[in-house]
Write a protein that binds this ligand. Sequence first.
Ligand code: HEM
Length: 248
Amino acid sequence: METEKTQTAAEQMTDRDLSEQIKKVTKESHVRAENTELMLSFQRGKVTLPQYKLLLCSLYEIYQALEEELDRNSNHPGVAPIYFPAELARLESIEKDLEYFYGPDWREKIVVPAATKRYCHRLRQIGKENPEFLLAHAYTRYLGDLSGGQVLGRIAQKSMGLKNSEGLSFFAFPGVSSPNLFKQLYRSRMNSVELTEEERNGVLEEAVRAFEFNIQVFDDLQKLLSVTENNLQSCLTHSKPVNAKGFQ
Ligand code: HEM
């Protein structure tokens, strides 16, 4: 029954629809994002605690910027139709996960790599200058979380040997009973946003950029981990004190 409804909605979409265009222009970027070292670790069931903890730190900064800008612009005509804080907001769940892994003083321990800062800077800039571009970032993160993210949560739990869903609130969407139906609703809301040709092209470009920011965040994080591992290795070899506070 649900499938029939979904198919009907999907069939009604046309090539002119923003939801179809955005999927098409970001297709190649999606493949690149899936193939970053970090995402491959997830898919292979090999994600480690340091990788996941560091990822949570970046996600905290990213969703703080994204959700603050969405909240501030919630009445903007380019944002209002895709504004679903009750269903989608991630910040509080990330805070819970950070507290689980880092303890009550997690705020003093989190590490924010440079690429994450650049991504957040862009989010705040468009929140001020081009709020209609926020749609591109909300699409990239939230629809991704509702798609591959669901499987990744289960894999992460197994990889890190976590009991039930402790530390994995980020992946759970208690306000969304059917991710597929919700994605259909989200796409139809995206398609209802009125944009000039120029604005539409701007949104499409911004979506490609959003994927690029995510890829850079993942690569940066991986680089930081390999430097830390090498430092740890050399510290252990040379018996010097280890300073890897924050992401062990
Ligand atoms: C959609 C898998 C990483 C953003 C999807 C879908 C799958 C998937 C299977 C299609 C779901 C459907 O058609 O209903 C994965 C896997 C990943 C990954 C296995 C890595 C392990 C990412 C990343 C991002 C992302 C890193 C962005 C930061 C998206 C978006 C969609 C999507 C925006 C919705 C596409 C649309 O329907 O317009 N993903 N994904 N994904 N993914 Fe990913």
